[in-house]
Design a protein around this ligand. Structure first.
Ligand code: CAA
Length: 285
């Protein structure tokens, strides 16, 4: 029987972390949300207020329920405040050393049966797990952007993840109203392994001036029925995140499909990170 989790933590309150905190709190869980400093915490708090405020405006959420959701989230700048949690979802930037450092610290802070989950998109969950003294309790729990909307959670098990931990995380995903798919620890898991070759190809088509960004996006929206064109989706994902994912997959597979198109790195260096910075392939108000 799966454990009914009630106290959970989220580390990293960027686009994904804030979205994940919202999903957890909406399902009635009590969430401790941690980021490095007051500025990062304020940005996460603002993201949550904006997202739930929009749902209220659209008549999808009662203002009293919005208040209850926000009250279930406690913010902190200290990992020590996760000492009481039963599960922690880490959603910090895609850098292996950073994630390993956080998992090593969480391992010392959290009780031995706390499940440590990573929202990594492409890094090895196994490598992250061995930064702890409890690799069997480490798992991937990969959400999609925007987390409150997208229905999928990829549950990533390593060769040592305990079956009961997989069961607990699958049960949690169902409680969150998500559909889970389970996969072994392979770069890009299922969705990104298939998606990013396509996104990279679209960027290359744009870089080589074969078509305008609008026409590339319109072709895939109107010709293939996708909700968003590839360049708009790159902006939603974040150009920096997309670069890290492609680079990691390319280094692991050496498949040319995943060799990041040069303009992606150039945009990242120039601070054109997509929606979150106000400009990427498109400009945002
Ligand atoms: N946060 C919360 N809710 C949001 C949101 C956000 N950032 N963006 C949109 N929504 C909600 C809206 O409030 C609206 O909700 P209701 O229907 O309940 O009113 C609903 O989503 C639809 O939004 P809109 O009408 O504004 O716009 P839309 O119909 O164009 O949908 C979209 C927006 C959901 C983003 C849609 O365009 C879409 O599905 N795009 C594709 C997204 C995608 O492919 N994501 C995966 C990226 S890959 C990834 O995440 C993996 C990784 O590791 C990088």
């Amino acid at each position: 029987m799966a454990r009914e989790l009630t106290e959970v933590g989220v580390v990293g309150l960027g686009t994904m972390g804030a979205g994940i905190a919202e999903v957890l709190a909406r399902a009635g869980l009590s969430v401790t949300a941690v980021d490095v400093d007051d500025v990062a915490v304020a940005r996460g708090r603002e993201h949550l207020a904006h997202s739930t405020g929009r749902a209220v405006q659209r008549g999808k959420l009662d203002p009293a329920d919005r208040d209850a959701i926000l009250e279930r989230i406690r913010f902190s700048t200290s990992l020590e405040d996760l000492a009481h949690t039963e599960l922690v979802v880490e959603a910090v930037p895609e850098r292996l050393e950073l994630k390993c450092d956080i998992f090593g610290r969480l391992d010392k802070i959290c009780p031995p049966d706390t499940i440590l989950a990573t929202n990594t998109s492409s890094l090895s969950v196994t490598e992250i797990s061995v930064a702890t003294g409890r690799p069997s309790k480490v798992i991937g729990m990969h959400f999609f952007n925007p987390a409150p909307v997208m229905k999928l959670v990829e549950v990533v098990r390593t060769v040592v993840t305990e079956p009961s931990v997989v069961e607990d995380v699958e049960a949690l995903a169902a409680r969150l109203g998500k559909v889970d798919v389970t996969i072994g620890d392979k770069a890009g898991f299922i969705a990104n392994a298939l998606l990013f070759g396509y996104l990279n190809h679209a960027v290359s088509m744009y870089e080589n001036h074969y078509a305008s960004r609008e026409d590339i996006d319109a072709a895939m929206r109107l010709g293939c029925g996708l909700p968003m064109g590839p360049l708009a989706l790159m902006d939603l994902i974040g150009i920096d995140t997309a670069y890290e994912i492609l680079d990691t997959m390319y280094k692991q597979s050496r498949n040319r499909l995943h060799a990041p198109t040069p303009i992606i790195k150039q945009m990242m260096t120039a601070g054109l990170l997509g929606r979150k910075s106000g400009r990427g392939f498109y400009t945002y108000a």
